[in-house]
Design a protein around this ligand. Sequence first.
Ligand code: UT7
Length: 336
Amino acid sequence: MATLRQSYIAGVGHYVPSRVVKNAELEPLLNTSDAWIQERTGIQERRWFEEGKDTTANMGANAARKALEMAGVAANDVQLIVFATLSPDYFFPGSGVLLQRELGINNNAPALDVRNQCSGFIYALSVADQFVRTGMYDTVLVVGSEIHSSGLDKSPNGRGVSVIFGDGAGAVVLRPSTEEGQGILSTHLHSQGEHAEELIVKEPSSNREERLQYILDNPQDLFPIMNGQNVFKHAVVRFPQVIKEALDQNGFQPTDIDMLIPHQANLRITQYVQQKMGLSDDKVFSNIQRYGNTTAASVPIALSEAVQEGKIKRGDLVCLAAFGSGFTWASALIKW
Ligand code: UT7
């Protein structure tokens, strides 16, 4: 078989809404405390969108503009959009076409939506990578964007879930590598549907004869629910597994990792993974303290900040990893 070319991340960017919601603001709403949230999750604050200003698609577009600028690519040169979100603007169509419109991309490039929750960005990156590898496209825009805050139970009933989620967006531009060995070395995707209901938003479901009436009778089913302890237990197994899988496939050891960018689910999960992989503090990136868990946006926001802060240099071995609802989990190993 002919050797396929590799793709590399030519640009990365992120956008977060300007409204900062500190833990203290949630205390009276959720019957929670800053101390509980920080101790169990590491989160100090998160961003909540502003209605009329931020949308899932336009936050993604704001992140994408920065990624395109860094890559030196015009919006109209994008040949494929892959948009990951669990909080789309509409039930249908997906947010990819809305982002296309927002960016003024008028070249009829396809826009594909990916629904894999916390693993959504790495799934989307993997899809994009395959298109570049095969030579079908040269310039692919990959976006993760989420608005959680409008869908959370902001009463004490929701406190186990509502404290963790936040809003934001991140994006990357993939191009074919020009240097041998540079770029995305491999991606690894997994899912296990038997756990589908462990972290879920049940409604609106198509499986209701009278969808609207069901929602009116059961409004609480519009909120996310999570069996937090069980999700935690699986996460701390799957993260190290899928990171190891990526390292093994490429002949690396954990100590070869220069920067691990894990999905920002819970600082305790990240610390557990760090310890399990034997990585020092400077090799693991965390920004959950400031943004909470932004599901499909969390990995590209973290990657974008790590690059901005000069924590990732050319030639570094960067590992992205995620676990979440589905269950789904994934990793990507990148020679930067
Ligand atoms: O990103 C996708 C994947 N998601 C994850 O990876 C999340 C995984 N899970 C978690 O991060 C943790 O399970 C949580 C942070 C969500 C919850 O932490 P926990 O240590 O598992 O708490 P718990 O749900 O077992 O609840 C422990 C106690 C309970 O009280 P009792 O029954 O011991 O009296 C809860 O009612 O903490 C109580 N509690 C709260 N107290 C104050 C739950 N949520 C809160 C809250 N504030 N927000």
